[in-house]
Ligand binder design. Structure first.
Ligand code: TYD
Ligand code: MG
Length: 455
């Protein structure tokens, strides 16, 4: 009997070592090495017939490489298309990560069922055929060219792929896949690496796009070796608060597009609805004016959004005042509070300050600074801000109102949503679109804004 070979793998970065070591020499983490059984057997399964592979190996001049302006495959899901940078690129491999129950399987099944003129193979290692059929019923979609395979063995999947010749492959969870070439259990570092490597090879050789679903660990990173993220072309994160119906699809790595794009969905009884006008969910519906609320403008990728900032300022009950934020950088809040103290003379150092971005999303666009500042003052002074006013400017350390990018798009978005005035920086004045009917107020210093808003 052959001796069982085992190797130790770092659970954090996937580094390999023949013996156990306490500290990973590659990622410097302690106590991450775990023993796994491996056994490679040759030859490996062929995912495509050998005659389609040319065995010539010769480097090409970069100018001689044909530029097949990759005919992107339309997923018929606008939000997903945008996050991917315009559709699925043939031969690309995409990893979709997210917490359990967030809706990864729902999203991809929905996409599979909507595909037109594509033969989609949905491989699931997590659910039975019955469960998938039931979910498809729930999504109320006409049954299309979607094939389902419940299998976890990559060699058997390879066989099914050779028979079926799908044009898109979806793998529901890379953590459940296992390759016969490796002895360790499914979900272990070496298995994930091996199976992902096999799917990667398949995608590149057959020019078929592959979408892998990946689990994430408790701290929010993708479960498995770091090489997994390096291997794939795009990494998407599906996130959101399970208590809210909203889900956000974000790209964190994209070889074929921007990583600042964002897709928004709402989980309903019949699957995920695309939210094409995000401002609709980011503004809370109120029938009376309240203090502590200001509307700011933010860009997510190329898309302007209008978002509600809520602030609460109250006298600190205990010695040290609390500063707490949701969806906004807390260091940035401290900076804005210091500006208000020093430049505008507001005494906030003995007050608790809470800032919340409505809708459960995170914003790091500096253009919401002015809205944050105004929400804080509105709460502090207990004066409401007119709900037809919105803000789009950055606040600098000396209290100056700084310009922000794409002001024309922000103004148009505010106008489209029925705002009557928008407050921007003086330095942005040149870029105001001529045709806009919304009243644009350009200010220079933070004090001028207060005079205007709280007059
Ligand atoms: P699922 O896609 O199974 O999550 P994941 O694959 O990321 O683990 O999503 C499951 C959740 O979504 C589940 O709690 C039920 C809910 N859901 C709906 O609210 N509406 C629907 O139409 C579907 C299919 C699921
Ligand atoms: Mg699932």
């Amino acid at each position: 009997m052959a001796k069982i070979r085992t190797t130790f793998f770092c659970q954090n970065c996937g580094a390999e070592s023949p013996r156990w070591i306490g500290k990973c020499p590659s990622c410097q983490q302690w106590n991450t090495f775990v023993e796994e059984r491996i056994q490679k057997s040759e030859p490996k399964e062929q995912w495509v017939s050998p005659d389609t592979l040319s065995n010539k190996i010769h480097p090409k001049k970069i100018s001689e490489i044909e530029l097949s302006e990759h005919q992107r495959i339309n997923t018929h899901n606008e939000e997903l298309n945008r996050v991917l940078g315009g559709g699925l690129v043939p031969g690309s491999i995409v990893l979709l990560g997210g917490e359990p129950g967030i809706g990864k399987s729902t999203l991809l099944l929905q996409v599979a069922l909507q595909m037109k003129n594509q033969k989609v193979l949905y491989v699931s290692g997590e659910e039975s055929e019955q469960q998938i059929r039931m979910r498809a019923e729930r999504l109320q979609m006409t049954m299309s060219e979607t094939f389902v395979l419940t299998e976890t063995n990559t060699q058997k999947i390879a066989q099914a792929i050779r028979d079926l010749q799908p044009t898109i492959l979806i793998v529901d969870s890379i953590q459940t896949m296992h390759s016969e070439h490796i002895e360790s259990t499914a979900g272990s570092i070496s298995q994930i690496r091996e199976s992902a490597g096999e799917f990667h090879k398949y995608a590149k050789q057959s020019n078929t796009p592959v979408i892998l679903i990946g689990h994430i660990t408790k701290d929010g990173s993708l479960a498995g070796p770091k090489v997994l993220e390096h291997m794939v072309d795009s990494v998407l994160h599906f996130e959101g608060d399970r208590n809210y119906g909203y889900r956000i699809l974000r790209s964190v790595k994209n070889r074929f597009g921007s990583t600042s794009e964002l897709g928004i969905y709402e989980m309903q009884n019949t699957g995920l609805r695309q939210v094409s006008n995000p401002s609709e969910i980011l503004l809370s519906h109120r029938d009376q004016m309240l203090s502590g609320i200001a509307i700011g403008s933010t860009m997510e990728g190329m898309r302007p959004m209008v978002i509600e900032i809520q602030a609460l300022v109250s006298t600190a009950a205990y010695g040290t005042p609390q500063r707490s934020t949701t969806g906004f950088d807390s260091r940035r809040l401290n900076m804005l509070l210091a500006v208000l103290e020093k430049r505008a003379g507001f005494r906030l150092s003995s007050k608790d300050v809470f800032v919340n971005v409505a809708g459960g999303i995170k914003v790091d666009d500096p253009a919401i600074d002015l809205a944050v500042v105004c929400a804080i003052l509105s709460s502090n002074e207990d004066i409401e801000i007119d709900d037809k006013t919105c803000f789009a400017a950055e606040v600098g350390l000396s209290g100056e109102i700084r310009s922000v990018n794409r002001i024309d798009q922000r103004i148009s978005e505010a106008e489209k949503l029925g705002f009557e005035r928008i407050i921007i920086s003086k330095f942005n004045q040149k870029a105001i679109p001529k045709s806009s009917k919304i009243e644009v107020i350009a200010v220079n210093k933070v004090e001028d804004v207060f005079k205007y808003v709280f007059a």
